[in-house]
Design a protein around this ligand. Structure first.
Ligand code: NAP
Length: 490
């Protein structure tokens, strides 16, 4: 279906809180503005949930838990599958909505609709495959039954950079497993989650199973929810500092936690790499989502023998990119999410330049309305530069050079983060060594995009705990119970 015009689309998006199956205003009636980062214009206003509203949402989730857990897995799966279909029917609307509130180019937003909705289809299929096992103890005196049970009411906190996929990656497996949910979307991008919730309602999701509470008071809303003993699980996607704080809060009630946190991805190009593939991979790994991705290549670690050619080819491609409002034809680089993001990217770039980096392209914000940063390529970045330790979250390439494999591994692992790494080499054995040596939860070996609903997404070190997607994803929402029974034989 073709996307509606912007005003018609926005008029059809719910802007209240979804609590217990009812759309309603926040207690006290406060609302907040949602902005278009490309223009600074107000798109619409959304109800601003209070801590009281958060607890009302948890009441609803806790109230619906028993019945939802007892709902046949096939039925749960069919609701998810119907929601997947409804999203396909409205994919242009969802893509436009994401571009309006987040800024990414329309084609990328359409890609996120495909990727994000796939978590509903994948977990619709997983819902009917929750299984256990039956065993005999070694002594032969007992029989062991291992069964899986929904964890219980969950609380989800999602970021602004992938407004659909970061929500569906949690909601899909939780609903499939039989858990009820309260979602707090990012303040900057609540609309996509609200429309997705309406789609799930239309697909037949019972009242109370999914509740959505956008707010401008994330901390105040979250604290009493985490302190409430009815909550059984927290899943968070966002920055590592906020994640650490939430882990500490969740410890009080010994909550199950899944943490999808920040990254600092190395992108290693060896001297035997297929440079065409490496440059194509680099464009995807760096510029997808305007560089605002936890999986974005943050440090290009390139062998000295191919560095000049790699940097030249990459710079040529980057210089041909079109910057503009994501809704405009041909735009490949949209605005950053807000002025603070532009200031942060620029601080990192200026620090690197101050330490002697060679500016091959860009190097500063773009003048005019909106929050744009010029696509930038920095070569020969000094090892002491902040840009190598900090997530850039913008369209900035920074290159360091190496000569020995061991040196590349040392540089790549020299970070507290461990989400994803990218490696380009034609040498199979070297590729295998990298799988074993690079300390990341995921790797792109000769590819620049790794995200897929069928794969377990997640990090090691301070990039997180747990996995989303794949066969593993549903187990984040299941508790294992073991039952001992006597042997049926005398
Ligand atoms: P963020 O500032 O940590 O915010 C993420 C979410 O946490 C938002 O919903 C935010 O609410 C909420 N939040 C902030 N402070 C909170 C508190 N004290 N208590 C409860 N909730 C709180 O991160 P972001 O800037 O939105 O997202 C970018 C970060 O997410 C990057 O570090 C990126 O790497 C990471 N990320 C990781 C993955 C992954 O899968 N590993 C995927 C995507 C993004 P407000 O919006 O109201 O502030």
């Amino acid at each position: 279906m073709a996307a509606k015009d912007e005003a018609t689309l926005l008029a059809g998006v719910p802007t209240g809180l979804l609590v217990g199956g009812t759309w309603r205003e926040a207690t006290g009636g406060r609302r907040f503005d949602v902005l278009d980062p490309a223009t600074g214009a107000v798109l619409t206003t959304v109800a601003d949930a209070t801590p009281e509203d958060g607890l009302a949402a948890l009441d609803a989730a806790a109230g619906a838990q028993e019945e939802w857990a007892a709902t046949a897995p096939r039925k749960r799966g069919e609701i998810l599958r119907t929601a997947w279909q409804l999203i396909q029917d409205r994919k242009d609307d969802l893509a436009l909505l994401m571009t309006l509130e987040m800024g990414k180019p329309l084609a990328e937003a359409a890609g996120e609709v495909t990727y994000g909705s796939e978590f509903f289809r994948w977990f619709a299929e997983e819902a009917v495959r929750i299984s256990g096992r039956y065993g005999i103890n070694p002594e032969g005196t007992g029989r062991t039954i291992v069964s899986q049970h929904p964890v219980g009411p969950c609380y989800f906190i999602t970021p602004w950079n992938f407004p659909l996929a970061m929500a569906t990656r949690k909601i899909g497996p939780a609903l499939a497993a039989g858990c009820t949910v309260v979602v707090k979307p990012a303040e900057l991008t609540p609309l996509t989650t609200l429309l997705t919730a309406a789609i799930l309602q239309e697909a037949g999701l019972p009242a109370g199973v999914l509740n959505v509470v956008p707010t401008t008071s994330a901390g105040a809303l979250t604290e009493p929810i985490l302190a409430d003993r009815r909550l059984r699980k927290l899943s968070f996607t966002g920055s590592t500092p906020v994640g650490k704080r939430l882990i500490a809060q969740a410890a009080e009630n010994v909550l199950r936690t899944s943490m999808e946190l920040g990254g600092n991805a190395p992108f290693v190009v060896f001297d035997d790499a297929d440079l065409d593939a490496a440059v194509t991979g680099a464009m995807l790994a760096k510029f997808r989502n305007v560089g605002e991705a936890c999986t974005a290549a943050n440090r290009f670690i390139v062998h000295e023998a191919v560095a000049d050619e790699f940097v030249s080819r990459l710079t040529e491609k980057v210089s041909a990119m079109t910057v503009g409002r994501g809704t405009d034809d041909g735009v490949q680089v949209g605005p950053l999410i807000n002025a603070a993001a532009v200031a942060k990217a620029d601080e990192l770039v200026q620090d690197a330049i101050g330490r002697g980096a060679d500016v091959r392209l860009g190097g500063g914000p773009v003048d005019g309305p909106g929050t744009f940063y010029a696509p930038t390529v920095l070569d020969r970045v000094d090892a002491g530069s902040d840009i190598l330790r900090t997530e850039i979250f913008g369209p900035v390439v920074s290159v360091v050079r190496f000569t020995e494999e061991a040196e590349a591994v040392r540089i790549a692992n020299d970070t507290e983060f461990g989400l994803v790494s990218y490696v380009f080499t034609r040498d199979l054995a070297r590729g295998q060594r990298m799988i074993e040596r690079l300390q990341t939860g995921m790797m792109g070996l000769n590819v620049g995009v790794i995200s897929n609903a069928s794969a377990p997404f997640g990090g090691v070190k301070q990039s997180g705990i747990g996995r989303e997607g794949g066969f593993e994803g549903i187990h984040e929402y299941l508790d294992t119970k073991y039952t001992m029974t006597p042997s049926p034989f005398p």
